[in-house]
Every structure is written in structure tokens, then in C-alpha cells.
Design a protein around this ligand. Structure first.
Ligand SMILES: Cc1cc2nc3c(=O)[nH]c(=O)nc-3n(C[C@H](O)[C@H](O)[C@H](O)COP(=O)(O)OP(=O)(O)OC[C@H]3O[C@@H](n4cnc5c(N)ncnc54)[C@H](O)[C@@H]3O)c2cc1C
Length: 373
């Protein structure tokens, strides 16, 4: 008899939730991860008593009550509400675009005044096109929200993200730019959001409690590659092209890089997320991690702070593969790999890397909760 029912490659939210469910059903699992820690991209490193989101800021949000109840059964979530601020050459604006933004931008006081201003600027942009369709991202964004929002909050930020002028980017990248005529800085529209009290590692600990785990083990370079010797089934959440030894070609990824430092002040920027929307700074965002979990006086009870500058970075071999590239070549190559994956007997390909699809955390958990084990 095989030792394990499941060998699970990857201890991110997909692998860990799978292991939790399998354990609940009395199945024996082994979870392996090539990183020196468990948790995949939600892993946090504790620096100066602050949970630092090592692989990028993660905010849990969902409207799915089943998922929300599930994660709350493992760890309590705090009241964090994502409300980013934009810094344009020292001018601060609330995001997403809402009455606070418009009032700061134009001095308007009512939704009707804001709507008039937006409509005027949109009409100007549409008139400038002389009946033509927007030919690039710049024209598209101008038609959607007008020149002031575009110039101060979209143009240079987008150029930093893509490394190209907005005139050289296709219009389809921005299909919608929602504006809200209410004083509401809550970024997400979901019913529930928050951060686990004590950080994401607590969530992972809850999911993996009582499950056998090994870190620093690369499935593809270890004895476990011959997985049938060890388990009845394999759950693989690594990159799908790597599993097949890149035999159809390599999938491309997008990545971001972070420069993290300790600041000798209890409160550096007063908010977890500040977007830098001009070319004056080379980074796109600065994350101040303590604000995800410390509120009010708690911020000052912790004398230092940790901040991460976020840089848009061209992906190269060896970097963290963060986002799938949504273009024709990669979409069709991924489809070919998915076909191969379907034929692979006894193997479940899951998660962001295994399916080559961007998922937020909640949908990953939802997928695993809905699996028939
Ligand atoms: C920069 C960034 C910011 C994000 N912010 C948010 C957010 O604010 N809110 C939100 O809901 N979602 C966010 N997400 C999405 C979230 O990170 C994912 O939904 C979640 O991490 C998916 O979990 P996963 O298990 O599929 O992948 P991962 O967390 O990537 O886990 C995969 C694991 O597999 C391991 N692995 C890979 N190959 C091998 C191998 N050969 N052998 C052994 N182990 C291997 C890896 O080391 C990794 O630990 C963000 C994603 C990124 C990239």
C-alpha cells in the first residue's frame, strides 16, 4: 500500500487548503515545497514585530460567505479595509476615484458638480477624436475619465507599470475606469475583507496543522518526482510548463520586485498602500506593512516600521513568476499545456502556477472547497 493518499507539491493556499480538506476526510498527505518556508506567496516574514508580506501585499476579499466563514473558522480576520492613497508630485488623492478624489482635484462639493466636471472633460476627449475610435490607451482613458484624472493618476503610473508610453499601449488594457460619486475610499466592492489577526502565517498554520510537510524540497529535482512510489495521487501547484519539462515551450510571466527597509519611525506614510503616480519616483507603490494589522494607537506602540517599494520589473529566468501574461501566444500555449495536464493520470494541477491563471486568494480556496475528493 502507498504511504500517502496525496503528495501535494506546493504549500500555498491551493496546496494547504487541499491538505486541510484531505486531512478532514482522514486521508494521509505529504506537502512539499521548494521554498524554505510554507505558505507560498501569502507567507509573511516577521521584522520588528511587523508581518511583512514578502511576496507582495495581500488583502483578503470576497463576497462568498462559505469561503469567508471557512477562513474565519481557522483564524480571526481584522477590520482592514483597503483604501489606497495616490501621491502625484506631493499632492495626495484618495483612491479609487471617488468624491474625496474629485473634491481634492477640483474643489467640487456635490456629486452633481463632480459629474458635470467629468462629463465636460470626457466630451473634450471624444470631440478630439473626430469620430474615430480610441487608438491607444491614452485616448481610451481620456474618453473614460477626462484629462485631469488621466494626467495625475493614470498616465505616468501606467507608463511605469508597462515601461512604455500610454500612446504606445493598446486601448483594450483599460476597458473600464470606475468612478464613484460617493465619499467611499474602500477599494474593493466585496462584502467581506480583512487580514488574518497575527498575519497570513496563522491561516497557513491552521490549514496545515497535523499535516506532514517538508520545505526546501523541489519536486522536480527530488526522489518525489517518482511520486507513484510515495502516493496514490499527486496535487501539483508548481508551474505547469516546468512539470512537462517545457516540452511545448516556455510560458512567460510578469513579475514585480521589492526593496524593503526598516524606518526608524512608528508611522512613515500613515497608510498601508501609497501609489506613486508620477515619473518623479521610479517605484509604483510603497507598502507600509504595519498598517495591515495595527490601527490607531497600536501603530505607535510599535516604535519602528517596515516599508517596501514596489518596482515593475521585466521577468527573467530565476525571478518569481507572479502574473501570467495574457496575450495570444501565452494563452494558446497554456491551453496546450492544460490539455497535456488533463491526460496526466492521477495528477491534479491546481492554483496560479499549475493552471497558468491569475486568481485572487478567495477563488483559489473556493476552487478547492468545491473539489470532489
Ligand atoms: C504580487 C501579488 C499580489 C497579490 N495580492 C493579492 C491580494 O491582495 N489579494 C488576493 O486575494 N490575492 C492576491 N494575490 C494572489 C494570491 O497570491 C494567489 O491567489 C495565491 O497565492 C495562490 O495560491 P497558490 O497556492 O496557487 O500559489 P502560490 O502561493 O504561489 O504557491 C505555490 C507554491 O508551490 C511551490 N512550488 C512551485 N514549484 C515547486 C516545485 N517544483 N517543488 C516544490 N514546490 C514548488 C512554490 O514554492 C509555492 O510555495 C497576489 C498575487 C501576487 C503575485
Amino acid at each position: 500500500m502507498n504511504k500517502y493518499h496525496y503528495l501535494i507539491v506546493g504549500s500555498g493556499l491551493y496546496g494547504a487548503t487541499f491538505a486541510y480538506r484531505a486531512k478532514q476526510m482522514g486521508k494521509r498527505c505529504l506537502v512539499i515545497d521548494k521554498r524554505p518556508h510554507l505558505g507560498g506567496n501569502v507567507y509573511c516574514e516577521n521584522i520588528e514585530n511587523i508581518n511583512v508580506h514578502k511576496y507582495g501585499a495581500h488583502i483578503f476579499h470576497t463576497s462568498n460567505k462559505e469561503v469567508w466563514d471557512f477562513v474565519n473558522s481557522l483564524v480571526e480576520f481584522n477590520r482592514y479595509t483597503n483604501s489606497p492613497v495616490a501621491n502625484y508630485k506631493g499632492e495626495l488623492y484618495n483612491l479609487p476615484f471617488n468624491m474625496n478624489t474629485f473634491s481634492r482635484l477640483w474643489g467640487v462639493k456635490t456629486p452633481a458638480e463632480a459629474q458635470t466636471k467629468i462629463d465636460e472633460q470626457k466630451a473634450e476627449a471624444v470631440a478630439a477624436l473626430n469620430g474615430c475610435e480610441p487608438a491607444n490607451l491614452e485616448e481610451q482613458a481620456l474618453c473614460l475619465v477626462g484629462k485631469d484624472l488621466f494626467q495625475k493618476l493614470i498616465k505616468e503610473y501606467t507608463e511605469k507599470q508597462w515601461g512604455r508610453d500610454c500612446k504606445d499601449l493598446p486601448a483594450f488594457i483599460i476597458r473600464r475606469l470606475p468612478v464613484r460619486l460617493v465619499f467611499d475610499n474602500n477599494y474593493f466592492n466585496d462584502k467581506y475583507q480583512g487580514i488574518p489577526v497575527g498575519g497570513y502565517n496563522k491561516l497557513i498554520d491552521g490549514l496545515l496543522e497535523g499535516v506532514e510537510c517538508k520545505t526546501d524540497v523541489d519536486f522536480l529535482k527530488s526522489e518525489y518526482k517518482d511520486w507513484k512510489k510515495y502516493a496514490d495521487k499527486l496535487v501539483y501547484t508548481g508551474a505547469v510548463d516546468e512539470y512537462f519539462d517545457f516540452k511545448l515551450g516556455k510560458l512567460d510571466w510578469r513579475t514585480v520586485s521589492f526593496k524593503t527597509r526598516i524606518e526608524d519611525t512608528p508611522n512613515y506614510q500613515g497608510n498601508a498602500v501609497v501609489n506613486y503616480t508620477s515619473h518623479n519616483e521610479p517605484y509604483t507603490r510603497v507598502i507600509e506593512h504595519k498598517h495591515f494589522e495595527m490601527f490607531g494607537q497600536e501603530v505607535y506602540d510599535c516604535p519602528k516600521t517596515v516599508v517596501s517599494e514596489e518596482y515593475a520589473t521585466e521577468y527573467k529566468e530565476g525571478m518569481e513568476p507572479y502574473y501570467p501574461v495574457n496575450d495570444e501566444r501565452n494563452n494558446s500555449l497554456a491551453e496546450e499545456y492544460r490539455k497535456l495536464a488533463e491526460q496526466e493520470e492521477g495528477v491534479i494541477f491546481g492554483g496560479r502556477l499549475g493552471q497558468y491563471k491569475y486568481y485572487d486568494m478567495a477563488p483559489v480556496i473556493e476552487q478547492v472547497l468545491n473539489l470532489e475528493l
